[in-house]
Design a protein around this ligand. Structure first.
Ligand code: NDP
Length: 277
């Protein structure tokens, strides 16, 4: 039997992960299957168990099950612990019921920015917009790059404050802080990451154009939506703009590394996916 992987979510039909992993398989000369599984909202654990019983050895997990995936695991990577959520599970490492949980979103974002876009994070002023699951998953990885400043701004202020508090062990001496969106006009950043879901609804998170340094990079974690209102505003402000396709492929490549011990070349896969959107 060939190795079996899946991505769990609800809904899941939109997921591009099967085509990304199929491209990795072709590139690496590996044979494995990778399918979408729509788990019932009230029985994620049952869906995972049934997949394991049928021979599944690894899984990705997306909205709304990342917290449930973390809770289901018996072992966790440090980055999953920092995020309190998992997007990658490894089964079958042992004969028992052990499940290893990881979170590859943060490393996916950082690799896209550093390696694909050739932009530094170290020493730069970074603003993360949003305080949901995506922001939570990437803050520790961003902090590990030692930016000069790591700011969080969110429509609902207390959620950003809670996020800062929850992740404080990852920040060390870093200048990490929350900015009320009303106070954003007084600040300037080199890297602005939109980790809100505003772009999903063609909406714009509150971000004054003056927040973008003339050489800033504006990164929208949303993908497949073209020039989102956030990216359009950033471009008008003179910033370089990019969507989250690279992050999506890089987090998948990290899962491939965890499952199969090889790291695919992400560049052709990112290019193909961009053309497909
Ligand atoms: P959540 O639902 O957990 O959080 C949503 C966040 O967006 C909250 O902070 C919310 O603010 C904010 N928000 C929603 N609508 C608006 C708006 N109109 N204006 C301002 N803020 C708004 O979502 P996730 O964190 O899971 O996902 C966020 C985005 O990241 C999605 O677009 C998702 O597709 C993307 N993503 C991309 C990945 C990739 O690989 N490229 C990986 C993971 C996520 P409030 O707290 O006030 O409600």
């Amino acid at each position: 039997m060939i190795d079996q992987y899946a991505v769990f979510g609800n809904p899941i039909s939109h997921s591009r992960s099967p085509e990304i992993h199929a491209a990795f398989a072709t590139q690496l000369g590996h044979r494995f299957s990778y399918v979408r599984i729509e788990a019932p909202l009230d029985d994620f654990v049952g869906a995972v168990q049934s997949f394991r019983r049928s021979g599944g050895i690894g899984a990705n997990v997306t909205v709304p099950f990342k917290l449930a995936a973390f809770a289901l695991a018996t072992e966790h990577s440090a980055r999953a612990v920092a995020a309190g959520a998992a997007n990658t599970l490894c089964f079958g490492l042992r004969q028992d019921d052990a499940v290893f949980a990881d979170n590859t979103d943060g490393v996916g974002l950082v690799r896209d920015i550093r390696q694909n876009l050739r932009q530094a994070i170290t020493g730069r002023r970074v603003l993360v917009l949003g305080a949901g699951g995506a922001a939570r998953s990437v803050l520790a990885a961003l902090a590990a790059e030692a930016p000069a400043e790591l700011a969080i701004a969110n429509r609902t202020l207390f959620k950003a404050q809670r996020l800062l508090m929850d992740l404080s062990p990852c920040f060390g001496d870093l200048h990490a802080h929350v900015i009320d969106v009303a106070a954003l006009p007084g600040h300037r950043f080199d890297l602005v990451i939109n980790a809100t879901s505003a772009s999903l609804f063609e909406d714009l998170p509150l971000i004054p154009p003056a927040c973008f340094d003339p050489h800033a990079l504006a990164y929208d974690m949303m993908y497949g939506k073209g020039l989102t209102p956030f990216l359009a505003l950033a471009r008008n402000a003179g910033a370089q703009t990019v969507d989250g396709v690279g992050m999506l492929v890089e987090q998948a490549a990290e899962a491939c590394w965890l499952w199969r011990g090889v790291r695919p070349d992400t560049k052709p896969v990112i290019e193909a996916l961009r053309l497909a959107f």
